[in-house]
Design a protein around this ligand. Structure first.
Ligand code: RB5
Length: 156
């Protein structure tokens, strides 16, 4: 299934965000890319506002996933997770990126431009696109427990 992906960053993550957005736009596994900002290094929009805007699109079913970049990848994850139904993770290594979908059914991947090199980030994003949660796996009841606490049973 081709993915509809939202991208977003603050100014600290703008460089990686732009490059990864271009990668996504040229990947046949991606149906659409919607960027929610920022528009440049001079754009001072705060990372929580960008992250929540992206997460709301995913939660509303307007997008399947989001890729968020800030300086560390931490703030955008914290903010995105405030949106009901969202599971956002910060991951900079292969195993964590894989498990974020396979174990946690996370819809949002967050990275830090000041933490990870661009080439490694690109490789991880390419892997991320192929990952799919198995609702019959033993992880499902754990994700269901998160959703139950959250008040949302949506696992998209
Ligand atoms: C810069 O504002 C930095 O704090 C931000 O990009 C992010 O790393 C926060 O978590």
């Amino acid at each position: 299934m081709a993915l509809r992906i939202v991208t977003g960053s603050d100014n600290a993550g703008y460089g990686h965000k732009s490059a990864l957005k271009e990668l996504l736009e040229n990947d046949p596994r991606v149906e659409s890319v919607t960027d929610v900002g920022v528009g440049g290094r001079e754009d001072g929009e705060l990372y929580p506002n960008v992250a929540v805007a992206a997460a709301e699109k995913v939660a509303a079913g307007e997008a399947d996933r989001a890729l968020l970049i800030c300086g560390t990848g931490l703030g955008v994850a914290i903010a995105a997770n405030k949106v009901s139904g969202i599971r956002a993770v910060t991951a900079h290594d292969l195993y964590s990126v894989q498990r974020s979908v396979l174990s946690n059914n996370a819809q949002i991947l967050c990275m830090g431009e000041r933490v990870i090199g661009l080439e490694l980030a690109k490789e991880l994003v390419k892997v991320w696109l192929d990952l799919e949660f198995d609702p019959t796996s033993s992880s499902a009841e754990k994700v269901d427990a998160i959703c139950a606490y959250d008040g949302s049973l949506e696992q998209a």
